[in-house]
Design a protein around this ligand. Sequence first.
Ligand SMILES: [Ca+2]
Length: 310
Amino acid sequence: MSIGPVQLIVLGFQHPEFHGEIIAELERLRESDTVRVIDSLAVYKDADGEVEVEHLSNLSTEEAIELGSKVGALVGLGIEGEEGLYAGAEAGAEAAADGISAFNGSSPIAVNNVIHDNTAPFGGGVGVSVPSSFGGTWVNNTIADNIGQSSGSDIYTQGFVENMQFVNNIVRTTTGPYGIDCDSTYSSTPPTFTSNDLFATRGTLLRGSCVNALASGGNISADPQFARERPRTAYRLTAGSPAIDAGVPTSVAGSTDAAGRPRVVDGNGDGAAVIDLGAYELKPPRVSWREGLATTIAWYRSRHAVASRA
Ligand SMILES: [Ca+2]
């Protein structure tokens, strides 16, 4: 089955008291073909630090098996693939909790995702609303061309996001009114932005507490020069992109990019392998078109010279 556009939302509740209203609303939206919940986790940590987890999805079992591991990877939770998914569905919270031992005390980690062409009132690409120091670590994602109808087309944060980190991402906003909006209603401390390319072709790029994101942290604002957006090459970098070899080292990025290719390679030919920004690492061709042409001309000329002498 095809998926997309897909949106990842993290919601926090200060005083969780639910009586089935959320599930009923999601069922209603599913029935009207408005949204489908691919996977959701309700996580509750009590005063003693015990974690309870409940799964919720309105995909069929077959669809959930196909997508389960992708979503687990997206939010950085070790659900242990299909086995963990089955176990969670069959045995409920207790079985699923076994698969997420890394969750307690850590935040969601989103790495190597291409998040594009989503629409929401706030936070078309990434929407995070949290009541305490949470919100996750976002590394080497490409977040582009999303629409936040009211604000935050590509990123919208709300709540206490001072521990949220954005590192080596590309954000390209092509629809306003605002690309990245860090709502300061509850806290004026923004997430930390380090070594990202934050760029808008339309609308205002930054709003709220992250309005100065470009002033520090080695962030840039330049056209990332994506490849022509055919399905196989969409959002990959082209030679000359300012995102090439522009990242900071991070073990979170892993050893491969979103296409499964080696992650840290020398993309600008200066002899130093440096991580790129965004979900894809550019691997330059071994011989450029110009070099190949020059070699061919040199070969032809040498042959021609020999032939003339003969
Ligand atoms: Ca590189």
